[in-house]
Write a new protein. Structure first.
Lengths: 332, 327
């Protein structure tokens, strides 16, 4: 693990706990999917946890976050309560979006978590606008927009980088490069597969980081965010990472070999951090067991909460198609 | 009363909005130095500066999405898209984000965004600058779709749109920009809910909007000389559609002709016809008829373009055929 960023014991434990929460939350989601309690698409973040957790460790509560349809991890790391997430997965009214969004559309207005976007590249222009508003209304606030390397081929990526650079917006573009856009490898979809190099064309500061190492991601994100907070933005951070599982739940993975997956599993961010913490006496076996037990209890409680949840009444079907007020501007 | 062009009414509306609310700003292609593709924002850059009259690169999807984001996070953007044909490049952001976020998030976010765009044909701008796509947008739940046809609506609909917590699209007809009308200074606001009876009549309802309104009013004048009293309904708002005003008119006149510059198939005119058939079929003394644009990409040559778009003579002929089928 990198020692460039000084993280205290508690900080390291936090990285471990947040990654493990995501992985085990999703493992339970898979079980619930197999039990047909979760339906639709389910895109797992398995393997990529260090990216969301590392970047989020550099953000404050008042910063805005946008993510993709593979966003369970970002929602958890941003602080969206697991209860509300699990209830959303089960399509219950107690879910963070009343069961309307499901896995791909998680939102939490009070935590400035702006989704959950299932159009590849769809969140990037939104992030430009949010950063514009923050620059005017909330000086110092930063917007972090996560997207996969597949989005880099979309016009929205190029339009958004250009707009953000022209207007010097406090916007952190986080490319989660997991090497495949569904089944198409990056080298076949992009003439320049080094995503961070695309920043130069828009005069956007950019860096590439090992996305399997939460400490390196955290360090890189902290450097970027420090620039953004003082008005030197935007910034493009490419995190090289890997998803161990299928694109969604229906995928034969004909596009890659098992050897490749196994190779990446050797770099697993959670296992490696755990080993490092133990080897360097940064965590005791008891502390580790305590963290793991806490996560297990949180997940059990979330599932119980979700299962006890109720379906939104059918009479609500058309509610919120049109709004009566700008609800996000009302103080609760 | 004062005489004013539709373009000037649009400009006054924007100017007033910028003066009234510091959160409000305009962004779009050539809205600043150039003064707007159709000259609507001329002079506003000098008055309000580049932060509030923001020239953008040619990036319709990016601009529309930035408008959505800015609205989500506290500003009140007025996005200008040069023509509705170009808005197809922004359709993803308009439909998948602006129109969907409120419902999809379970009511956590409203999107107080206004997008203005030019629409329609009649100035020989050919097939990529002349279409009428407002009917398409009226298909999408979560949007409001306004079609100002008078200087009063051009002057006052924007304020109502900005006060609305939902994404509102305003379609300004390119032929209307130069049209002059009387603006009543005593009127300081208009609603964006109701259709309006622009001329009362007893024999047939002409249901229309946008630049087809002046055509229908001219047709009504001509029909009057033949003893046919046409009622002219200006829809003003295509979504949500005020069917009640249309149905009430049909109950009075028992005949209905819908005039729409959009293409006929799958159009807003088809929706209106279906609603009249649903709610007032037995009030009708004649079949429902429509005058729409020919189903072709609007051509450049003047005679071909004129043939493609609804004209006064087409409206008069269709109305006469409905009122006196034998004649």
């Amino acid at each position: 693990m990198s020692d460039k960023l000084h993280l205290d014991r508690a900080g390291l434990h936090r990285l471990y706990r947040e990654m493990q929460r995501i992985r085990r939350f999703e493992a339970r989601c898979v079980a619930l999917y197999q039990a047909q309690q979760i339906r639709g698409f389910l895109h797992l973040y398995d393997g990529q946890e260090a990216v969301a957790v590392g970047v989020m460790s550099a953000l404050d509560a008042g910063d805005a976050v946008l993510a993709t349809y593979r966003e369970h991890g970002h929602a958890l790391a941003k602080g969206v309560p697991m209860d509300a997430l699990m209830a959303e997965m089960l399509g219950k009214e107690q879910g963070c979006c009343r069961g309307r969004g499901g896995s791909m559309h998680l939102f939490d207005q009070s935590r400035r978590f702006y989704g959950g976007n299932a159009i590849v590249g769809g969140g990037l222009p939104l992030a430009v606008g949010i950063a514009m508003a923050d620059k005017a209304l909330r000086p110092g606030a930063v917007t972090a927009c996560f997207f996969g390397e597949g989005a880099v081929a979309e016009g929205a990526f190029h339009e958004s980088l250009n707009l953000a650079a022209l207007w010097q917006l406090p916007l952190l573009f986080v490319c989660e490069n997991n090497l495949y856009a569904m089944g198409v490898p990056l080298a076949e979809s992009d003439a320049q597969p080094e995503v961070y190099r695309k920043g130069a064309a828009y005069r956007v500061a950019a860096a590439q980081v090992d996305g399997m190492d939460p400490v390196k991601v955290a360090a890189a994100a902290r450097l970027a965010v420090a620039e953004l907070r003082v008005g030197r933005g935007p910034y493009l951070l490419e995190c090289r990472t890997y998803r161990y599982r299928a694109h969604s739940m229906f995928d034969t993975q004909a596009y890659r070999g098992k050897d490749e997956v196994d190779k990446w599993r050797q770099l697993d961010p959670i296992a490696r951090l755990q080993d490092w913490l133990l080897a360097n006496r940064q965590i005791s076996a008891e502390e580790l067991a305590g963290i793991d037990a806490g996560i297990g209890a949180e997940i059990d409680a979330a599932v119980a909460f979700a299962e006890a949840g109720t379906p939104e009444p059918l009479a609500e079907l058309t509610r919120f198609v049109l709004m009566d007020s700008v609800v996000q501007e009302q103080t609760p | 009363m004062s005489t004013i062009t539709y373009r000037e009414a649009c400009r006054q509306a924007i100017r007033a909005a910028l003066q009234a609310d510091p959160r409000c700003f305009v962004m779009g292609e050539d809205v600043g130095r150039y003064g707007g593709c159709y000259g609507v924002t001329k002079g506003l850059l000098e008055e309000f500066g580049p932060q509030r009259i923001r020239d953008t690169p040619l990036a319709e999807n990016g601009i529309a999405g930035a408008g959505v984001g800015a609205a989500l996070a506290g500003l009140r953007p007025i996005v200008e898209i040069m023509t509705c044909n170009f808005s197809l490049l922004a359709l993803d952001q308009i439909m998948n984000n602006a129109a969907s976020l409120a419902h999809m998030s379970g009511g956590q976010f409203a999107v107080p965004l206004v997008i203005r765009m030019a629409t329609g044909g009649g100035r020989q701008l050919a097939a990529q600058h002349s279409h009428s796509l407002e009917g398409w947008y009226a298909h999408i739940p979560g949007l409001k779709v306004l079609v100002p046809a008078t200087v009063e609506d051009a002057r006052h609909m924007l304020a109502a749109a900005l006060a609305d917590p939902n994404p509102v699209l305003i379609f300004e007809h390119i032929v209307l920009y130069n049209a002059e009308g009387e603006l009543d200074e005593a009127v300081s606001a208009v609603d964006i809910e109701h259709a309006k009876v622009r001329r009362s009549g007893t024999d047939i309802s002409l249901v229309t909007y946008g630049n087809s309104l002046p055509k229908c009013l001219a047709a009504a004048d001509e029909l009057a000389t033949a003893g046919i009293q046409a009622e002219v309904i200006d829809l003003r708002v295509l979504r949500p559609l005020d069917s009640a005003t249309v149905i009430a008119s049909v109950r009075r006149t028992h005949r209905c002709l819908i005039v729409d510059e959009g293409w006929r198939s799958g159009s807003i005119s088809a929706e209106i016809a279906a609603r009249v058939a649903d709610e007032a079929l037995y009030e009708l003394d004649a079949p429902l008829r429509r005058v729409c644009s020919a189903e072709v990409p609007v051509p450049y040559a003047a005679h071909m373009e004129a043939a493609a778009l609804p004209q006064v003579a087409d409206i008069v002929a269709a109305a006469r055929a409905l009122v006196s089928p034998a004649g």
